[in-house]
Design a protein around this ligand. Structure first.
Ligand code: NAI
Length: 329
């Protein structure tokens, strides 16, 4: 029996969480889910969007599965997602990105792994109002955080037989901050027998949309990592299929790349694939590789049978898609 925290999120969060829990249960994995709520809905009763009980639960269980939580745009509380990553020191955001069967995309054989630094950069939330017409945000980059994410990327590349790592910065303009990130990657690379390539983020975006197959592992600071992750999701069929994990030395939180998709929330249209792929990685992480393999195979067979949600050009609802996967387990 595994004890795992589930952060249910909001928007499409509850729909895709229910789908994934049902599939995992049908695969016979024994999990005692500690279900936690966070975000705007809990502020009224508890005063904060990320109550201590959520952090305590992840600290106790060490592993969590999380669906998206809405962050107010341009005002309101600080992102629950960013806070969670920071509080639990989940410094590595790992986002493998590859084509799924029968999901039509512009390119075939995309196989990119995005490694995004998760704790600093502009996400440190250090902003101030200088006067009514002037705002400032601090882009904070430190050597220890840059070196440990570079080490994570190279260790991942080594363990997974990847050929090279490309560090992505704007060090021609942000000479100090991105310059330090780049220098840290260069220093760490010296300890590995894996080549380090370097690219500026603007060129990287252009190269990704023209020829994604030229990339292997991408190593990026927080903001570029966020943006490039969504770009990479677009290369493999969109946010509905893009998986992710936040990993630190002590805890791991698995969650899809996408947000709470308020435009389709409550309509039974959400694609649970991204959350399911994230959950499969979670199963691998807790030693349930066989169940992970069976679920992945059932998901792939479902897609191969041309059963797809709307975002992938199909017309199957979230719940019906879920049942189709279960019937192929
Ligand atoms: P989003 O990722 O929620 O949605 C972007 C587009 O992709 C929308 O058209 C949506 O319908 C579609 N989409 C996303 N996931 C889908 C799925 N599983 N199935 C089918 N279609 C899907 O991005 P958006 O709209 O910019 O952000 C909405 C909210 O989510 C914001 O408050 C944002 O801060 C939050 N957010 C939360 C994240 C998290 O909890 N980790 C990550 C990213 C955004």
């Amino acid at each position: 029996m595994h004890n795992i925290t589930l952060i249910k999120g909001d928007g499409i969060g509850p729909e895709i969480s229910d789908a994934v829990l049902k599939i995992i249960k049908s695969a016979g994995v024994d999990i005692n889910w500690d279900i936690q709520t966070a975000g705007a809905d809990v502020i009224e009763q508890e005063g904060v969007p990320l109550p201590q009980r959520v952090l305590d639960s992840v600290k106790k269980n060490k592993v969590a599965l999380k669906s998206p939580v809405t962050t107010p745009i341009g005002k309101g509380f600080r992102s629950v997602n960013v806070q969670l990553r920071k509080e639990l020191d989940l410094y590595a955001n790992l986002r493998p990105c590859y084509n799924l069967p029968n999901v039509k995309t512009r390119y075939e054989d995309v196989d990119i792994v995005v490694v995004r630094e998760n704790t600093e950069d502009l996400y440190a939330g250090i902003e101030r109002q200088v006067d009514d017409n002037t705002m400032e945000s601090i882009k904070r980059i430190t050597r220890p955080a840059s070196e440990r994410i570079a080490k994570f990327a190279f260790d991942y590349a080594f363990k997974n037989n990847r050929k090279f790592v490309t560090v992505v910065t704007k060090a021609n303009i942000c000479k100090l901050s991105d310059g330090l990130f780049l220098e840290s990657a260069r220093n760490v690379a010296k300890n590995y027998n894996i080549p380090l390539k370097e690219i500026l983020v603007d060129n990287c975006c252009m190269q990704l949309v023209q020829n994604p197959n030229q990339f292997d592992v991408l190593l990026l600071p927080n903001l570029y990592g966020d943006i490039v992750s969504d770009l990479c999701a677009g290369l493999i069929g969109g946010l509905g299929v893009a998986q992710g994990a936040n990993i630190g030395n002590d805890y791991a939180v698995f969650e899809p790349v996408h947000g709470s998709a308020p435009d389709i929330a409550g309509q039974n249209k959400a694609n649970p694939t991204a959350m399911l792929m994230s959950a499969i990685e979670m199963l691998n992480y807790i030693g349930e590789e066989n169940a992970g393999k069976r679920i992945k195979s059932a998901l792939f067979k479902t897609l191969e049978s041309n059963i797809k949600t709307e975002d992938l050009g199909g017309n199957t609802s979230c719940t019906a898609f879920t049942d189709e996967i279960i019937s192929r387990l």
